[in-house]
Design a protein around this ligand. Structure first.
Ligand code: NAD
Ligand code: DAU
Length: 359
C-alpha cells in the first residue's frame, strides 16, 4: 500500500532539516500543499524559506506558532484540511540541553504528545492519514568501536536532548498501539548541509574558519559520528511516509563514519583550497582542544537495511556533500551573519564559562 500525502503540516519547518524538507517536497511534487508551523526559536530562520514563500505562494503557508499550543494547531489543521503531519519541531542541540534541560522536555516530549492528541481528535478513526515523527540515532545511546544499532535495539539515551527525544518516540508508538493512530518514525544519524545552524560541528567549523576564530574540539576529537547529507535524509523521510509500514520505525544513515578531528581537518583542507586565509597557512592552525562535553557519546552507527528494502540508499558521498556544504556557507554569508547575534554570543559565554570558544 502506498500512502499519498496531500495537505502536509510540517512542524519546525524554519529549522535546518525542516526547511530542506519543505524545499524537497515543493520542488518534487506539484499537487501537495505545505503548511509550516514554527515557533521561530533562536534556531528557526525565516530567511531559509524566503524564496520558497515567494515561489509557491498558493501551496506554501507559514504560521508562527508553538506546537504545545493545541488549540491553534487544531484550527490550522481544520483550515488546511491536514492529512499528514511531519514533526521536525524540537530543541535539537545537545550542549543546550545540558545548560537548560527543561525546554527540551517541554518542546520535544510534551510538544509531540500534544500534537499526537490534536491529530487523534482531528482525524478520529480516519486511516488514510499519517503522523510521521522525526527522531535521532542518539536515542539508542553510545557504541564502542564495532557494531551498529538496529530499529529493535534498546533505547539508552545519554543526554537530556536524547532522553526527551526517546520519550517522544515512545509516545508516538503508544498512540499507534493504544489509539490506532497511523504513525511512522525515522531515526537518523548526524545531518549536514545548507541552512544548518552554526552551533553544530560542521557549520561551526566553517564559520569559525571564515571568521578566523578557534575551532573548539571536545576532548581529543576521537568521538565518531555517522554523517548524512540532508537532501538524502529528506528523500528517505518522504519514502518512509509513502511506503513505510504504519507503526514501524526506520533508521536512516550512511556509511560515512568519521572521528571529529578528521572531519574538522577535512573541512579546513577544503577551505584552504577554495578560500585560502590571508592570516594562517592552513585553517587547521585554528583547531583548539577544549574540555569534553559531559556525557559525550563515543560513537553512533545505524544499520539502515530496513529502509533500503523500501528502496532508499544515500546518494551523496561525504566528499561531494562536504564540498557542497562548505561552498554554500562561503557563498551565503548573509544567511549566517544574521545569526551571529546577541543570543548566539550569550550562549557561548555561558557554555564556556565566560571564556571565548576554544580558549
Ligand atoms: P533545528 O534546531 O535546526 O530546527 C528546529 C526548528 O524547530 C526551529 O525552526 C525551531 O524554531 C522550531 N521549534 C523549536 N521549538 C518549537 C516549538 N515549541 N514549536 C514550534 N516550532 C519549534 O533542528 P534540526 O537539526 O533541523 O532537527 C530537526 C529534527 O530532526 C529534530 O526533531 C531533531 O531532533 C531531528 N534530528 C536532527 C538531526 C541533525 O543532525 N540535525 C539528526 C537526527 C534527528
Ligand atoms: O546523531 C544525531 C544528532 O546529531 C541529532 O539528533 C542532534 O540534533 C544533532 O545536534 C547532532 O548531535 P551531535 O551532538 O552529534 O552534534 P554536534 O554537531 O553538536 O556534535 C558533533 C560532534 O562534534 C560531537 O561528538 C561533539 C563534537 N563537537 C561539537 C561541537 C559543537 C566538538 O568537538 N566541538 C564543538 O564545538
Amino acid at each position: 500500500m502506498v500512502y499519498t500525502p496531500q495537505n502536509i503540516l510540517i512542524t519546525g519547518g524554519c529549522g535546518f532539516i525542516g526547511s530542506n524538507f519543505i524545499r524537497y517536497l515543493l520542488g518534487n511534487y506539484n499537487q501537495i500543499t505545505v503548511v509550516n508551523v514554527d515557533k521561530l526559536t533562536y534556531a528557526g530562520n525565516i530567511l531559509s524559506l524566503k524564496d520558497i514563500s515567494e515561489r509557491y505562494e498558493n501551496r506554501y503557508f507559514f504560521y508562527k506558532e508553538d506546537i504545545t499550543n493545541s488549540d491553534s494547531i487544531f484550527k490550522i489543521m481544520e483550515r488546511h484540511n491536514i492529512d499528514t503531519i511531519v514533526n521536525f519541531a524540537a530543541e535539537s542541540h545537545v550542549d543546550r540541553s545540558i545548560l537548560n534541560p527543561e525546554i527540551f522536555l517541554t518542546t520535544n516530549t510534551l510538544g509531540t504528545l500534544r500534537l499526537l492528541e490534536v491529530a487523534r481528535n482531528f482525524w478520529g478513526n480516519d486511516n488514510n492519514v499519517r503522523f510521521h515523527h522525526i527522531s535521532t540515532d542518539e536515542v539508542y545511546g553510545s557504541l564502542k568501536d564495532h557494531g551498529k544499532f538496529l530499529e529493535s535495539s534498546c533505547y539508552k539515551p545519554s543526554s537530556p536532548y536524547s532522553a526527551s527525544k526517546a520519550g517522544a518516540d515512545h509516545f508516538v508508538y503508544s498512540y499507534y498501539k493504544t489509539f490506532n493512530l497511523p504513525v511512522t518514525i525515522t531515526n537518523s544519524s548526524n545531518n549536514y548541509g545548507p541552512y544548518q545552524f552554526p552551533e553544530k560541528l560542521i557549520p561551526l567549523t566553517i564559520i569559525n574558519c571564515l571568521n578566523h576564530k578557534n575551532i573548539p574540539i571536545y576532548g581529543k576529537g576521537e568521538n565518531i559520528r555517522n554523517w548524512l547529507f540532508v537532501e538524502d535524509h529528506c528523500e528517505g523521510i518522504d519514502l518512509v511516509i509513502r511506503r513505510g509500514k504504519v507503526g514501524e520505525s526506520y533508521n536512516i544513515a550512511s556509511n560515512d563514519e568519521l572521528k571529529n578531528i578528521n572531519l574538522v581537518r577535512r573541512i579546513c583542507k577544503i577551505l584552504d583550497e577554495i578560500k585560502p586565509s590571508k592570516k594562517v597557512k592552513s585553517y587547521s592552525e585554528l583547531i583548539s582542544f577544549v574540555e569534553d562535553r559531559p556525557g559525550h557519546d563515543y560513537r553512533y552507527a545505524l544499520s539502515f537495511d530496513k529502509v533500503k528494502k523500501l528502496g532508499w540508499t544515500p546518494k551523496t558521498s561525504m566528499k561531494k556533500g562536504l564540498q557542497k556544504t562548505v561552498l554554500w556557507y562561503v557563498e551565503n554569508e548573509n544567511w549566517w551573519k544574521s545569526i551571529l547575534n546577541q543570543e548566539y554570543i550569550e550562549f557561548y559565554k555561558k557554555w564556556y564559562g565566560g571564556k571565548n570558544q576554544g580558549e
